[in-house]
Every structure is written in structure tokens, then in C-alpha cells.
Design a binder for this molecule. Structure first.
Ligand code: SF4
Ligand code: SF4
Length: 68
């Protein structure tokens, strides 16, 4: 079975509610798979490179990241 990948639920992701618009989950992804172009923008993933560790999911206070 393929490993799960991080998927952002954009109905839940609201960077304006995160501290200074910075995605708290990005800092948890040491591989740089989860990215945010600039503060206040919604983050995105380079899904092919996600190893499914789930650290970003735990870091998001709004449960906007799911492992699928
Ligand atoms: S994924 Fe979570 S922590 Fe990151 S910007 Fe969206 S709501 Fe904020
Ligand atoms: S599951 Fe792990 S590798 Fe994938 S985006 Fe989240 S922190 Fe990065």
C-alpha cells in the first residue's frame, strides 16, 4: 500500500488566523515539502516528496492537514 500523503483541506486552512499569517506547520516539515509562498498565503505541498510523517498534521491548530 502507498504511504499516506499530507493533503491540505482548504476549507479549514485560514492563514489569517495563524500567528502573523505564518503557517505553523511549514516549520515542522524538515524536508521542505510543505511550503508557503509568503505570510498570509495558503500553504501547499510538493506531494510527490511527502514521506507521510504526519508532523505537519499535528502542528496545524485548525486540523487543516489530513493524511490521505
Ligand atoms: S495549514 Fe494550518 S497552520 Fe498552516 S496556514 Fe493553514 S491553518 Fe494555519
Ligand atoms: S507529512 Fe511530513 S513530509 Fe509530508 S508534508 Fe507533512 S511534515 Fe512534510
Amino acid at each position: 500500500m502507498p504511504k499516506p500523503k499530507a493533503v491540505i483541506d482548504y476549507t479549514r486552512c485560514h492563514p489569517e488566523r495563524c500567528d502573523t499569517g505564518v503557517c505553523a506547520a511549514v516549520a515542522e516539515c524538515s524536508l521542505g515539502v510543505l511550503r508557503q509562498g509568503a505570510p498570509w498565503e495558503v500553504p501547499y505541498t510538493l506531494q510527490d516528496f511527502c514521506v507521510g510523517c504526519g508532523k505537519c498534521r499535528i502542528a496545524c491548530p485548525f486540523k487543516a492537514i489530513k493524511m490521505v
